[in-house]
Design a protein around this ligand. Structure first.
Ligand code: NDP
Ligand code: 2IT
Length: 447
């Protein structure tokens, strides 16, 4: 429910951003949490502070022309939404997927503002990407696309201005091509302009693993509040990309068993537990499909084309693919099958109805902007290492990630309690993130 003072603000967001359903959804979720804030501290409803937070500082849309291996000219659209820089340079990933449109990038940028605030680190929020579809493209085509994309985007970036990283469809390879082009154009070795870099060219250890590991650390800490843990638990992890793979890795290290994962063509169930070395080989090295996994593990695995992974009975679910991939019906199925915790590795993977079902069932629900913040937090650690020309060991970096995730968890829990809803990590994350951004905005005048 929206507080009546917030209703006109939301109506204005709908009016100013027509057709951007995902952005509306993300804003509404945060506004629903802010009723409790303005009831306690009415000053946050003044000076159009909330309205300003809902409006991006800058939105950039550009043409990305490139040439296929066959010599055909293609046109894609590039985006960068620089949402809020009150806490530091704009920071957030780039997504290459055919579904990307302005509303997608705006929803992700808006989430990123609060997520980055929750990390406690000096980073603002932004997001970018393109409707380019990397599937089936050669290395040469990916490189030419990335170079053209960066040629235009570069004029808006800088280590003190805006610092992109990866997201769906953008990993080490794409970041390499983009960093190479930025370096040529700027004639500077400006390591801090991108994060998620390779270890030989300014990257940080643990950045590859960070989002998945961090999500598992958050859920492990939440489970501990109920005297539980991952050990011995059966887990579903949707997706099989960067976040999913390292979620599975950390769950296995903690003694849990991931029995199913997926991609956009369907899911696999492997009752012996997902063979991670095989999954990495198929997904990271061969860039294959999840059905290839089932074909290689005939004895224990089955492939279910186009089905719902959430139908598989399990103790814990970690949606780690994409937005709105888990709906109200899926949530009811999970609850009926006895799920005790849901941790979002992806951004906004549960629909509002699904979130309600989890909350009414009283299970642990860890929202993406808190649970998946380990990725961007480790990006901020990469920026620290770049600024000091230093490079830390895996152990030191992972330990820092663990400390950050515990502190995000504890801050969300503390704020949820303070605002009258103990255990409500959605409220805790939205309010804790909002307060940090709002206080800084207020201090800097009307910006
Ligand atoms: P990847 O591109 O590495 O993997 C994405 C996975 O999700 C693939 O298995 C892909 O399947 C699946 N997927 C993507 N889109 C869809 C769709 N529309 N329907 C069904 N499946 C889909 O991306 P990441 O692992 O990096 O990102 C996953 C999620 O985590 C996203 O929500 C992202 O915003 C979020 N995130 C990522 C962070 C990071 O550091 N990378 C940090 C925080 C959040 P297929 O290959 O078939 O397309
Ligand atoms: O959604 C996210 O937090 C990311 N894709 C990572 C952003 C980053 O800058 O590391």
């Amino acid at each position: 429910m929206l507080d009546e003072k917030l209703e006109p603000i939301y109506a204005d967001v709908l009016r100013r951003n027509p057709g951007e359903d995902e952005f509306h959804q993300a804003v509404r979720e945060v506004l629903e949490s802010l009723g409790a804030v303005i009831a306690k501290h009415p000053r946050y409803a003044e000076h159009a502070l909330i309205e300003r937070i809902c409006e991006p500082e800058r939105q950039i849309i550009f043409r990305v022309p490139w040439v296929t291996d066959n010599g055909e000219v293609q046109i894609n659209r590039g985006f960068r939404v620089q949402f809020n820089s009150v806490l530091g340079p704009f920071k957030g990933g780039l997504r290459f997927h055919p579904s990307v449109m302005l509303g997608t990038v705006k929803f992700l940028g808006f989430e990123q503002v609060f997520k980055n605030a929750l990390t406690g680190m000096p980073i603002g929020g932004g997001k970018g990407g393109s409707d380019f579809d990397p599937k089936g493209r050669s290395n040469g085509e990916i490189m030419r696309f990335c170079q053209s994309f960066m040629t235009e985007l570069s004029r808006h970036l800088g280590e003190h201005t805006d610092v992109p990283a990866g997201d769906i469809g953008v990993g080490r390879r794409e970041l390499g091509y983009m960093f190479g082009q930025y370096k040529r154009m700027s004639n500077r070795y400006e390591s801090g302009v991108l994060t998620g870099k390779g270890l030989t060219w300014g990257g940080s250890r643990v950045r590859t693993e960070a989002t998945g590991y961090g999500a598992v650390f958050f859920v492990e800490r939440a489970l501990a509040t109920r005297k539980q843990g991952f050990a011995g638990k059966k887990v579903l992890v949707s997706g099989s990309g960067n976040v999913a793979i390292y979620t599975i890795e950390k769950i296995h290290q903690l003694g849990g068993r991931v029995i199913a994962c997926s991609d956009s063509s369907g899911y696999v169930v492997d009752n012996d537990g997902i063979d991670l070395a095989l999954l990495k080989d198929i997904k990271e090295t061969k860039r294959g499909r999840i059905s290839d996994y089932a074909a290689a593990r005939r004895a224990s695995a089955t492939f279910v084309p186009a089905g719902r992974i959430w139908d598989v009975p399990a103790d814990i679910a970690m949606p780690s693919a994409t937005q709105n991939e888990l709906n109200g019906q899926d949530a009811r199925t999970l609850v009926k099958n006895g799920v005790i915790a849901v941790g979002e590795g992806a951004n906004m993977p549960s629909t509002p109805e699904a979130v309600r079902v989890f909350q009414e069932a009283g299970i642990i629900f860890a929202p993406g902007k808190a649970a998946n913040a380990g990725g961007v937090a480790t990006s901020a650690l990469e920026m620290q290492q770049n600024a000091s020309r230093d490079s830390w060991t895996f152990e030191v970096t992972e330990q820092k990630l663990g400390v950050i995730m515990n502190s995000i968890h504890d801050r969300c829990a503390e704020v949820a309690e303070e605002y009258g809803s103990p255990g409500n990590y959605v409220l805790g994350a939205n309010v804790a993130g909002f307060l940090r951004v709002a206080d800084a905005m207020d201090a800097l005048g009307v910006i």
